[in-house]
Write a protein that binds this ligand. Structure first.
Ligand code: ZN
Ligand code: ZN
Length: 236
């Protein structure tokens, strides 16, 4: 994407020209975010969450049953906004693949209020990068737009050049956790000039096995980052 296209997308995200992305304004009029009625259908993750994945806790332990089966992760903690279920799934997929880029403002607002409420401490914000060829095909990286809005709202720098994806890898959908880790090994390269001594807030769309954010965290730590908090829109 060239800088003109990028500016255009940023303009679209910030301008109040899109009706509710779910009902199109049939239920209620509201711009760039779900209307009151549609918002009622969205489920949220409570503050009683698993620090290892950001999902809702499902037992008496401080870690959920899915994470008990995974190996120790490289980031300090994870937080997530919504469970990846039913109605939420459609909402997130319409942001990810359906071109409803204006949802970035809605998710950013939710993220900012959660970060403040949980008093999460960080110095810089960055997004999980796409390989350049994928970004070119899609035209943008939706997590990058989200990260930029969160950075603005939290008054922290958005470090768009701190990390890049240097290996394309296979589609992750059909792979299990071990295969995903193998697929992503050495896929990311981070810049020590930007990251040394920094506490990072890392933004991604969906936390599935955590393999992607875990491998990004390895690269960030190699470049000198001292702590990483992962924030995703959804926990699958
Ligand atoms: Zn609506
Ligand atoms: Zn968990």
């Amino acid at each position: 994407m060239n800088s003109l296209q990028r500016k255009f997308y940023k303009f679209l995200i910030r301008s109040n020209i899109f009706q509710c992305p779910i009902c199109g304004g049939k239920n209620h009029s509201s711009y760039n975010r779900p209307c009151r009625e549609c918002r009622r259908k969205i489920k949220f993750i409570s503050d009683n969450y698993c620090y290892s994945c950001g999902g809702e806790l499902d037992g008496a332990l401080a870690i959920c049953s899915k994470c008990l089966r995974e190996k120790k992760r490289q980031f300090l903690q994870a937080v997530s906004l919504l469970p990846y279920l039913q109605f939420n799934r459609e909402l997130i997929l319409s942001f990810k693949n359906g071109g409803k880029i204006e949802l970035a403002t809605f998710f950013a607002r939710l993220a900012i209020s959660k970060l403040k409420r949980l008093e999460i401490d960080f110095d810089i914000v960055l997004a999980v990068p796409l390989h350049w060829s994928k970004k070119q095909r899609r035209g943008y990286n939706q997590s990058e737009f989200l990260a930029e809005l969160i950075a603005e709202g939290m008054r922290k720098p958005f470090a768009v050049r701190a990390i890049k994806r240097i290996k394309k890898g296979k589609q992750q959908k059909q792979l299990n956790s071990v295969e995903r880790h193998k697929n992503l090994k050495n896929a990311f390269l981070a810049d020590p000039k930007i990251l040394k001594g920094k506490k990072v807030l890392l933004i991604d769309d969906i936390f599935t096995t955590g393999a992607t954010v875990d491998n990004v965290s390895i690269a960030l730590k190699k470049a000198g980052a001292i702590a990483i908090t992962v924030m995703t829109i959804a926990r699958a």
